[in-house]
Every structure is written in C-alpha cells, then in structure tokens.
Design a protein around this ligand. Structure first.
Ligand SMILES: [Zn+2]
Length: 152
C-alpha cells in the first residue's frame, strides 16, 4: 500500500462511506448528467430552452453529487443510517408492492418444513418464514410491519 493508500485509510477512519442510498444517488447523478449532455448536444434542434435546461440539470447533478460525497465523508452515522433505511423502505414499497409475503407464524422451528426459508427481520431481528425458491421477494415483518427485500 502506497502513501496515498495509507493517507486515504486514515482519512476515512470514522467516516460513514458508501451504502445503498449512496449507490442510488450516484446512479441519479449519472442519469441526470447523461440527460443534460443529450439535451445540450441537441440544443440547436430544441432551441434556447434546451441550453437552459441542460445547464440547470448540470447543477442539479452537481448538488446530488455533493450530497453523496457529504454522506460518504460524514461522521454522523446515525443520521446517515436513518437516511439509508428511509431509502430502502421507499424503494421496496415502490418496486415490489405487488409481491408482498406475510411471513406467517414466526414461531415455527427452522428446518421442520420443506419449501420455506427462515431469516430474521433487518429492522427488529424478528424470525421470519418465507417461501423458498421464489427469487427476490418483499417480506412484511409480523412484528414491526416493515417490508424488506430478501432472496429466497
Ligand atoms: Zn421487524
């Protein structure tokens, strides 16, 4: 590891870093900038408004990027984790709402029935049972009511 690597490791000590929300923000930045570039390239066709919209999108992308970097270097772990959980809850609601499983009787002992997978809730740790082999599914926790995406 070089000098820069050591410096970076030291610098990142006690800082939050990347999470699912951070990854989503980086995708948002890229998408906004791609749209901005496309509109900018064709601004001759679209007229004066295209150049303005392209510039505004550029700035929005920059602001989202700044927020993403701010989260990575943040020392406020609690706040960042809360943001990430908020994001996870939102995305699981919008993408998978048609496929929600109620995890059923939580007290069933693991391994007794075939065709089920046992896991614990990411929010409260409650034991849950889900049908196995269904791929990625949304599960509603019987204890806290939160929905999580799991692979079964
Ligand atoms: Zn729960």
């Amino acid at each position: 590891m070089g000098k820069f690597g050591a410096w970076l490791l030291n610098f990142m000590q006690g800082r939050y870093g990347f999470d699912q929300f951070g990854r989503a923000l980086s995708v948002v930045v890229v998408v906004i900038w791609i749209i901005s570039i496309i509109i900018g390239v064709f601004s001759n066709l679209f007229g004066i408004w295209a150049a303005l919209i392209s510039t505004i999108l550029n700035w929005i992308g920059l602001i989202v990027l700044a927020f993403m970097l701010f989260r990575i270097f943040s020392r406020n772990f609690e706040r960042r984790r809360a943001e990430n959980e908020w994001y996870l809850r939102r995305s699981s609601k919008s993408n998978q709402s048609k496929d929600i499983y109620n995890s059923g009787d939580a007290q069933a002992s693991p391994g007794t029935e075939d065709g089920y997978k046992y896991l614990s809730c990411a929010f409260c740790g409650q034991q849950m049972r889900v049908p196995a082999g269904k791929g990625k599914i949304a599960v509603k926790c019987p204890s806290c009511g939160e929905k999580t995406i799991v692979s079964s």
